[in-house]
Structure formats: C-alpha cells, structure tokens
Design a protein around this ligand. Structure first.
Ligand SMILES: [Zn+2]
Length: 97
C-alpha cells in the first residue's frame, strides 16, 4: 500500500516538473520573441514600407499598382501617367464596361 502511495506521489511530482519546465520554456521563448520583434520593429521601419504599401487598381487597364507609383487624376487612380492621359482623352460615356 505504501508503494502505491509513493508511485502516485512520484507521478504528481513528475507532472509538476514537466509543467514547470514547459512554463520556463514558454517564458524564454516569449522573451526572445519580444527581443527579436523589438529590435526588428524599432531598427528598420524604413526598410519594409513596401510590404505594408496599399495597392490601387488602375481605372484604365485594371492593373494593380503600388499607391506610391500611382497617378491620381480627378479622384481616379491610374498605374501610370500615360493611362491617365488616355483615360482623360477618351469620352466618359464610351468607357463604361
Ligand atoms: Zn493602367
């Protein structure tokens, strides 16, 4: 009877140890993750503006282009100045799709 009691106690202690180890691992992982995020986020916000850049759809050809490269004419977005000119030169009624 005493051996069973000891076995149960060992089992509980083992479970507690595993939990403690996992908690420790998670804490270290969180710490390293925070460090990596902090350095990457604070050091180079200027290096990665292209990833967060919104895309626009050209009214003339339908191509998606970065907003910084787009041309805005009369509130409409174009991929390039040539398309803006072409769209402006064309009568508005014929262009409707
Ligand atoms: Zn275009």
């Amino acid at each position: 009877m005493r051996q069973i009691f000891l076995l149960i106690l060992l089992f509980i202690v083992g479970q507690w140890l595993v939990k403690a180890l996992r908690r420790h691992d998670a804490q270290t992982a969180q710490r390293t993750g925070k460090d990596a995020n902090g350095t990457s986020g604070g050091a180079r916000p200027a290096d990665t503006p292209h990833l967060a850049e919104p895309m626009i759809r050209c009214v003339e050809c339908g191509v998606h282009a970065p907003k910084s490269d787009s041309v805005v004419v009369a509130g409409q977005l174009f991929c390039c100045a040539a398309h803006a000119q072409r769209h402006g030169a064309r009568p508005a009624g014929r262009d409707a799709r």
